[in-house]
Design a protein around this ligand. Structure first.
Ligand SMILES: [Zn+2]
Length: 392
């Protein structure tokens, strides 16, 4: 029997089923097929799994109008250390009105709620199109999968379903990864003065980078610069002064920052360290989806923001309130697929999802069922506020 879009138990069961299908990054095939199957059962007008492995479902209204795209990623982070979990990481159990397991909060609950909210649209009232994109690879390469979806199905509005505590997100920090390489001159470790130690040069560079003032944004918070790894060349070295050193910095980006400006700050810090031949470059992501599509691109995922009075923000708030929710305006501190939709494509984007950032990537991850059900109502409310035309 076909599930009813407004049946709470069907939504809960579907969420549990998704949690039971392990989909650690790069292993989303089973979830994509399950999501596509549920969309067909719920009578979406078009359902497909695309070349990159995203599951896409489309609901078309009887009247013309804009296209609203809901996006949720299917991949999760790993469960390690699995023995630290007190419940089955892929058990999808319901205990204490919570769904337990990896991906429940980040973000299979949001995905399931989107699928059910889209399926419940009344075609006769719907002026426009609702698309649900269940995307791959977001834990590695934010935005690439959503780009493949939006290239084929252009959207006028995007809703990212990452956890927002049921608040409406209108901005997100971006993310970049910089590789810094110093060079020196090798010599025998018994005569270090005959060489130039690239690690000592890096130490000076790090000293200058750590002094860089981080920008602040009134709504989104602070920029961050974090040293995440460092290695000398050769490594390990045997009685030799290292001729190279490479460090990786992760930078969290604020609305208004751009690639040239952020790179220039780091290059100037290297110059102040007296290490002018130091190179600064963006690291590359090299990611292959479970279907074999390969994405190689620099790790620059832009920040984004919409003004509070933007029509999408105001319609979103109206829709959520009409659904009985009491959203505040918020920002994502982590990087999301909004880096593409808003930051690159410039398509108006908001975020709204059940649970909070603090429930993601943790041992004993869970999702409150109350949040799941409210999320579905919220997605329905947003769609109704943007696309429903009852009086015409
Ligand atoms: Zn996520």
């Amino acid at each position: 029997m076909a599930p009813e879009p407004d049946n709470d138990q069907a939504l809960i069961d579907f969420t549990c089923a998704l949690v039971r299908l392990e989909s650690v990054l790069g292993n989303e095939r089973n979830v994509a097929e399950r999501v596509a199957g549920e969309m067909r059962a719920l009578l979406f007008d078009h359902v497909e799994v695309d070349d990159a492995g995203n599951a896409i479902g489309i609901v078309r209204g009887l009247k013309d109008g804009p296209t609203l795209l809901f996006d949720a990623h299917m991949d999760t982070v790993d469960v390690l250390p699995a023995e630290a979990w007190s419940r089955e990481p892929f058990g999808g159990q319901v205990v204490d009105d919570r769904i337990w397991g990896r991906g429940s909060s980040d973000m299979k609950g949001a995905l399931a709620a989107m699928v059910y909210a889209a399926a419940g649209r009344e075609r006769a009232a719907l002026a426009g199109t609702v698309i649900v994109s269940a995307s791959v690879g977001a834990e590695s390469i934010e935005g690439a999968a959503l780009r493949t979806v939006m290239d084929r199905y252009p959207a006028d509005y995007v809703v990212i379903g990452e956890a927002s505590g049921l608040d409406l997100v209108r901005a997100g920090r971006g993310r970049a990864e910089f590789i810094i390489e110093t060079s020196g001159k090798p010599s025998h470790a018994s005569t270090p003065d005959a060489g130039i130690n690239a690690v000592h040069r890096m130490a000076a560079v790090i000293g200058e980078i750590e002094k860089l003032p981080m920008p602040e944004h009134g709504f989104v918070g602070n920029g961050v610069m974090c040293l995440t790894d460092i290695i000398s060349v050769p490594y390990p070295a045997h009685s030799v002064v290292p001729s190279g050193c490479r460090a990786t910095y992760e930078r969290r980006l604020l609305p208004g920052e751009d690639r040239d400006g952020v790179t220039a700050e780091i290059v100037e810090a290297c110059g102040r360290a007296g290490a002018a031949d130091t190179t600064v470059s963006l690291a590359d992501t090299d990611y292959r989806t479970y279907t074999g599509v390969r994405w190689v691109e620099p790790k620059w995922f832009p920040p984004w923001a919409l003004d509070e009075d933007h029509a999408l923000v105001q319609s979103g708030l109206r829709g959520l309130r009409a659904s009985g929710l009491e959203p505040s305006l918020a920002s994502y501190q982590f990087c999301t697929n909004g880096a593409y939709s808003a930051g690159v494509a410039g398509v108006p984007t908001i975020g709204f999802g059940p649970s909070t950032e603090h429930h993601a990537h943790v041992i004993d991850e869970f999702l409150d069922i109350d949040q799941l059900l409210k999320a579905r109502r919220g997605y329905s409310g947003i769609a109704a506020a943007l696309l429903d035309r009852t009086a015409s």
